[in-house]
Design a protein around this ligand. Structure first.
Ligand code: SF4
Length: 240
């Protein structure tokens, strides 16, 4: 049997220091805002797999997630954190992307369970998406099959620290590298894949357009874009 002491522990490399404003008053204000953000978060728990079973103990009296300022929220439009709690089937991934795009920025994603990291025990399944961060940016992974509530709380604390220090900015990648994420989504769902959110307009709005935002996949989206059903129904009703 392998000696557990000989297993190498890989430490998370420290992320680069975020840019700070030069004006000391502005810096204090930024730090205060980030501190308040990190201590007051609404969490949308998208219970995709078995890892969801660890959330009730993490939320209730024993581990009491609310003491950290984190509480559940039922709508993506008011949520800050998206928890993906296990394996993600191809059908479910579509709903996760729709949900993620509806959340207001800044928004954070936590992948719970090994299945979100690399497919876990479903690594060979044709019906699951293996690596969550290929489709949406992930801030923190909590590995394990399934991770205990202590690990969930520890992951949430790591995210809080990243937000407090200004390092929790994975959400920017979705705008800055939209063509990459869209390309992976199109490979899985087909070239006609589209969502109701205009991500490119949002990237303009946040000033996050880069040369990776647009590309061959956004061109394909533009070619195949059709009015969505709800919109089509409204248009039809208006012309009748
Ligand atoms: S890692 Fe294990 S517990 Fe978590 S979703 Fe996958 S199979 Fe279930």
């Amino acid at each position: 049997m392998k000696d557990i002491k000989k297993i190498e522990i890989i430490q998370r490399p420290p992320p680069p220091e975020p840019a700070r404003r030069t004006n000391p008053l502005a810096r204090v204000f930024d730090e205060l805002v980030r501190f308040c953000q990190s201590r007051s978060m609404f969490m949308l728990h998208y219970c995709t797999g078995c890892g969801a079973i660890e959330l009730p103990p993490a939320m209730t009296s024993r581990f009491d997630m609310e003491r950290l300022g984190i509480q559940p929220m039922v709508t993506p439009r008011q949520a800050d954190i998206l928890l993906v709690t296990g394996y993600v089937s191809v059908k479910t991934l579509k709903r996760i992307i729709l949900t993620y795009e509806q959340m207001p920025s800044p928004k954070y994603v936590i992948g719970i369970c090994s299945c979100t990291v690399n497919g876990g025990m479903y690594w060979q399944s044709y019906a699951t998406a293996k690596v969550l961060k290929d489709y949406i940016p992930v801030d923190v992974y909590i590995a394990g099959c399934m991770p205990r509530p202590e690990a969930v709380i520890s992951g949430l604390r790591a995210l809080m620290e990243d937000i407090r220090t200004g390092r929790g900015d994975a959400w920017k990648k979705y705008y800055q590298n939209y063509d990459f994420y869209l390309g992976n989504q199109q490979r899985l769902f087909g070239e006609k894949w589209q969502t109701p959110t205009d991500v490119i307009a949002e990237a303009h709005h946040y000033g996050m357009m880069t040369d990776q935002t647009l590309g061959e996949h956004t061109d394909l989206l533009e070619q195949n874009e059709v009015p969505l059903d709800a919109l089509r129904t409204r248009l039809k009703a208006r012309t009748e």
